[in-house]
Design a protein around this ligand. Structure first.
Ligand SMILES: Cc1ncc(COP(=O)(O)O)c(C=O)c1O
Length: 470
């Protein structure tokens, strides 16, 4: 029986009902955020039945918002707590609440920013945000770029731009160079863009995991002698494993001399340039043809916020632009660029607001303070761990990752298991040169000195408690 009191068009709630729905969601969010410090750093035991409870046909009739949110609660709880202060695994960021508010507003106003004519001022906001990021990286006015969903898509977009800029249509002799430590997304991008494995060269790294420029040059020369067309080098401005920074200026000079497009993958490391210490370590990045940034890492935004910067936006346009009769009413004018000309996407979310609103609300200073704090916390953790004889530090942190092995190596997995079993912090591991390595990455805006102290204490205590042999 239809409910006679139900609204006829529930997809458009009346304003009072809309406010009630918003209030219910606001309550859910505030509870979530308030309880973060006391939540476990991870909790996926028993997640399977929770996941299975969502396997169902779509309901024909709607349910109360309270009931819907209640169902979400255990789904959120049974996960790695990527938003919490104890998340020191992989590459954190946290997800500042102001960005969630921006998404809420952006989705509710639902304007179309893919072409500037459809929302000139909103497209300008997004272009301005990109201009801010470009200037923070030391790019000159006139540089541009595109907001993406993350570093992987930024690296792909850069690779396609470089291919269009430097290679003929028949590009299979094109050769790409990157260090052994480069993120998997670059290898994936090469494959997606149509380059077989034979087009990819992994350059060996030095003891601090930085690309060795002399070897890069030899490889380029040998490839050219064999008839290959070297066209792109990807330098790391902070590797995922240890935060290693390739010799950016040297790699760039070499790229210039050999006519290669120089791309910097600064997905993890780029925003450290907002503080003088980071700027000094990343010197040279400002010369690169393109830079991948991940605001969902170093600017603490929620997942789904990436950026590709290019010195010359025309290169992006050459690779991605096009015309269609049904777009003739909205083709480019004098204002902001048409973002659809710079990326594979046409319709998409209004990503610019996610950066613009938090920067307006908090100012850059709030971000700079946090970024410096992350460098300091990682350094502190390194200093406190390096005197522990049961651990071997791989390197002093070049940014905010502390990488270390257990002594002997084979105790590493058990050490990680025990530290994480305390649920106060959550670390992750990697394999480097066949070695099992633990990583502590300080990048969440919610991680402060108390939690890093807990992490250090847990690592030392558990290392001492480990049996000699597993
Ligand atoms: C150096 C580096 N490049 C690229 C990526 C891929 O970025 P995303 O996960 O945003 O696609 C990551 C992710 O951790 C990274 O650390």
């Amino acid at each position: 029986m239809p409910d006679p009191s139900a609204p006829r068009w529930p997809l458009e709630p009346e304003s009072q009902e809309l406010r009630r729905l918003i209030d219910a969601c606001a309550g859910f969010v505030v509870d979530q955020i308030d309880s973060l410090p006391s939540q476990p750093s991870w909790d996926v035991e028993g997640a399977e039945p929770v996941a299975a409870s969502f396997v169902e046909p779509p309901p024909e009739r709607g349910r109360a918002i309270e009931a819907v949110l209640e169902r979400l609660r255990p789904a959120v709880a049974k996960s790695f707590n990527t938003a919490g202060p104890g998340y020191l695994a992989f590459i954190p960021g946290g997800g500042i609440p102001a960005a969630a508010l921006a998404d809420f507003v952006a989705c509710a106003v639902n304007r179309f920013v893919g072409v500037a004519a459809a929302a000139p001022a909103l497209a300008r906001i997004e272009a301005q945000v990109i201009a801010w990021l470009a200037s923070l990286m030391g790019y000159p006015p006139g540089a541009g770029g595109i907001l993406t969903t993350g570093g992987s898509l930024s690296n792909l977009t850069a690779l396609v731009a470089a291919r269009a800029d430097r290679l003929p249509e028949d590009f299979l002799k094109g050769t790409i160079y990157m260090s052994e430590e480069t993120h998997l997304s670059v290898l994936k991008a090469a494959r997606i863009a149509g380059f077989p494995e034979a087009c990819i060269r992994l350059v060996p790294v030095d003891a601090r995991r930085r690309l060795r420029p002399a070897l890069l040059e030899t490889m380029i020369e040998e490839d050219r002698a064999k008839g290959q067309r070297p066209f792109l080098v990807v330098a790391n401005a902070g590797t995922t494993n240890t935060g290693a920074i390739d010799p950016l200026a040297e790699v760039f000079d070499l790229a210039r001399r050999h006519g290669l497009w120089a791309h910097a993958d600064a997905a993890y490391g780029g925003f450290f340039r907002l503080v003088p210490e980071g700027e000094a370590r990343l010197r040279g990045i400002e010369a690169y043809d393109s830079i991948t940034l991940d605001p969902h890492k170093g600017l603490f935004l929620p997942y789904g916020t990436g950026c590709l910067l290019v010195r010359d936006p025309a290169a992006l346009r050459r690779a991605h632009g096009g015309q269609a009769g049904y777009l003739q009413d909205v083709s480019s004018g004098d204002g902001a660029p048409n973002f659809t000309d710079l990326s594979p996407e046409l319709s998409r979310d209004f990503r610019g607001l996610r950066l613009w609103l938090p920067i307006q609300l908090h100012g850059l200073q709030a971000f700079r303070l946090q970024i410096q704090e992350k460098l300091d916390l990682a350094h502190r953790a390194y200093v406190e761990l390096k005197d522990e004889p049961l651990l071997e530090m791989l390197d002093a942190p070049q940014l905010s990752i502390v990488a270390f092995a257990a002594r002997p190596d084979h105790r590493g997995p058990e050490l990680l298991r025990r530290v994480n079993a305390r649920r106060r912090v959550f670390l992750s591991s990697t394999t480097m040169g066949g070695r099992y390595v633990l990583r502590l990455c300080v990048l969440s805006f919610r991680t402060h000195a108390d939690r890093v102290r807990d992490a250090v204490a847990a690592i030392k205590e558990e290392a001492r408690r480990l049996p000699d042999r597993p």
